[in-house]
Write a protein that binds this ligand. Structure first.
Ligand code: ARG
Length: 477
């Protein structure tokens, strides 16, 4: 027999017995899901092995049949991995393909693997196993990016950069502080995934098509064998619940939104006007007509692919919104959006990390950027507050100084003491020590503030999170 080709007998749809006629070829093409669910082959086999062991241990089938099934499934798994066996895409779905291949290989006992099981609880199990397998990989990518941001931040504790609100110069910060800000959003993304993983840590197997089983299945044993912390409490809910698809895709949407915003900054920062960052040639593209061009296409593509991820979330929410209990075939349509969103976020995380890791930061340009725009106006007010002036009055004094500076087309620090004194008698010669961009940054030593000491603490906190999450995930393997 050619590998990957099922024998005629076992090839028929799992449900063909009731029908006199086979389905129309176009109908089969329309309903098949194997092109999408084939990626869960490994998980499907794992689930079936656990199920078969339980069937043997509970005496529902003989131990001899159980071990034949387990061996057969293991051989399928091995051959799929080595490429000796390829998927037969004429099968309706991955479950049908594996069951048919099993029966091809081991004969009659293969027909017992589906005892006490429905594809409805099987698919719910496969999806949970799949997510439990791949989400930690995605988290590894998030943690790697956080780690790299920390490394760049550590080297830029003193690199001044203008901070913006409304895209207007606001107050000076440091590149380190700015990068840590993005790192914290990724920390939350990682936490959200960990949290969502907790909710899928229950095995739905044994819920059957919708109403459980009359056979003495040991659901708890299967759950334990597969590494779940328990079993789902309601058979109807078990086969109808796709909250986890929506929840994970919502987590993916947030990650992608963060990458997209960060990409927007990269695009801006790579402009001639900003020139804060120089992307490596490996992660830039040129123009077919303009020879001078070096474009930030990768940042743009990440930003552009965000629509796809959000779209998948809307797709899932809409697909589920009208479904009565319990399983409805509509739910087969959950995998494409889930996988597509996952793949998009996963590749965007990779690419974003390469891009940021290989970029050059134009420190002197960033620092020059702190010169204009009166970023230190708040510090003039704070200086006066320290001298006892109410803040609102100090705000007015500083605003007057800014007005004089604008009229003279100069910086605040270019005003002479007399000019400052015209605004407030309280201002003395020492004002200049307080309003250099560096002084403005270093004085901001509130927790979470941009002073180098505080940012160093932030980096330590971030590194600690990365290390403990990495250790935890290594411990689980
Ligand atoms: N391919 C199906 C899905 O992904 C598996 C469950 C099929 N169940 C059924 N009753 N047709 O949802």
């Amino acid at each position: 027999m050619k590998h990957g080709t099922l024998t005629k007998d076992n090839h028929a749809a799992l449900w063909h017995g009731r029908f006199k006629e086979g389905p129309d070829a176009a109908a089969v093409e329309f309903e098949t899901s194997i092109y999408v669910d084939e990626r869960m082959a490994e998980d499907d086999i794992r689930g079936s092995i656990a199920h078969a062991k339980m069937l043997g241990n509970t005496g529902i089938i003989s131990q001899a049949d159980s071990s034949k099934i387990v061996k057969g499934l293991e051989s399928i798994s091995k051959d799929l991995k080595s490429g000796k066996l390829s998927i037969d895409y004429s099968a309706e779905d991955i479950h049908s393909f594996i069951e048919a291949t099993l029966t091809d290989r081991i004969g009659e006992p293969g027909k017992k693997v589906h005892t006490g099981r429905s594809r409805n609880d099987q698919i719910a199990l496969d999806e949970r196993l799949y997510l439990k397998r791949v989400i930690p990989e995605l988290q590894g990518k998030l943690l790697k990016l956080i780690d790299i941001l920390c490394d760049i931040a550590s080297k830029n504790l003193d690199t001044l950069i203008p901070g913006f609100t409304h895209m207007q110069h606001a107050q000076p910060v440091t590149l380190a502080h700015h990068l840590c800000a993005w790192a914290w959003s990724l920390v939350r993304d990682n936490e959200r995934l960990t949290d969502a993983l907790k909710r899928i840590d229950l095995s739905p197997l044994g819920s059957g098509a919708l109403a459980g089983s009359g056979l003495p299945l040991d659901r708890e044993a299967v759950a334990k064998e597969l590494g779940f912390s328990g079993v789902t409490p309601n058979s109807l809910d078990s086969v109808s619940d796709r909250d986890y698809c929506i929840e994970f895709t919502s987590c993916f949407s947030l990650i992608q939104m963060h990458l997209s915003r960060f990409s927007e900054e990269i695009v801006l920062w790579a402009t001639t006007e900003f020139n804060f960052i120089e992307l490596s040639e490996k992660w830039s593209t040129g123009s077919s007509i303009m020879p001078q061009k070096k474009n930030p296409d990768f940042a743009e593509l990440i930003r552009g692919r965000t629509g796809k991820v959000y779209g998948q979330l809307t797709n899932l929410l809409t697909m589920m919104k009208g479904l009565p209990l319990s399983y409805d075939r509509d739910m087969q349509e959950d995998k494409e959006p889930l996988f597509n969103a996952f793949d998009t976020v996963s590749s965007c995380l990779n690419v974003f990390t390469y891009m940021i890791e290989s970029a050059k930061w134009n420190k002197s340009v960033m620092e020059q950027g702190c010169e204009g725009g009166y970023l230190n106006a708040t510090d003039v007010a704070d200086y006066l507050v320290r001298k006892g002036l109410p803040f609102r009055t100090a705000h007015g004094v500083s605003a007057k100084a800014v007005r004089i500076a604008i009229e003279n087309n100069c910086k605040l620090e270019d005003l002479c003491v007399e000019e400052f004194k015209m605004c407030s008698e309280l201002i003395d010669e020492d004002i200049y020590d307080y309003i250099t961009p560096r002084a403005c940054v270093e004085v901001r030593s509130t927790t979470g503030g941009p002073s180098s000491k505080k940012v160093k603490q932030q980096i330590m906190m971030l590194k600690k999170i990365v290390n403990s999450c990495t250790k935890k995930s290594a411990g689980k393997k």
